[in-house]
Design a protein around this ligand. Sequence first.
Ligand code: PEP
Length: 253
Amino acid sequence: MARAKLLLGNWKMNKTVSEAKEFALGSKEIAAFAKANNVLVGVAPTFLCLQTVKENVADNMIVAAQNCHFENSGAFTGEVSIPMLKEIGVNWVIIGHSERRTYDNETNEKCNKKMVKLIENDMVPVYCVGETLEEYVNGKTKDVVKQQVRIGLAGLSKEAVKKIVIAYEPVWAIGTGKSATQEIAQDVCAYVRSVVREMYGEAAEETLVLYGGSVKPENIKAYLSSPDIDGALVGGASLKLDSYQAMLENLVK
Ligand code: PEP
């Protein structure tokens, strides 16, 4: 079965509510183009903007949170839970982004708790993995990614594995303008899939694996032409409607 193509924008800590609304209202054409070309598209705004964006985008524009807590409620100041997201119709959540791993102690084990809870709630986790520059330079990429995948995906059913998304994002390529070569991205994405296959067999063929790290209109096509790269997780280039649209158009060319 052919896997879907996915373009997901990670807005990080950018856009006020009014800026996010402006993007949402302006994204109708993008959503229509994506639908006509069988591409899944989405954006991940801050928690504050989720509801506004959700209310102002086309139905086929995925709206994802950038994080969630694994408990439903309780004394976790500053956190947002899965039922809170569900209630406003947000069913996709990015977990394990390298910025959260670096600044917010997001460990593989914590990601696994979130992963399990998201699946229990019929949500789609977008699980980010990837090595730091130091790990890359020391030839540790595959060891690191293997560990992240093995722990992050522990205890799932095969059915669940078919629904999750994994984003390979080398930390040295995020927001640096230094994107990984197509060969590196394909090699590691194929490796990610092979680790999933070791754990869950053929279900791995249905897992969407994305590349992320300085993706832009000029390089997206090359990544998406690689057999194991099903889409892109994009930060900077997803913030403006014109570059988002250009990525989408180049992706389907
Ligand atoms: C990201 O935030 O996941 C990302 C890949 O950022 P950028 O595209 O800006 O490198």
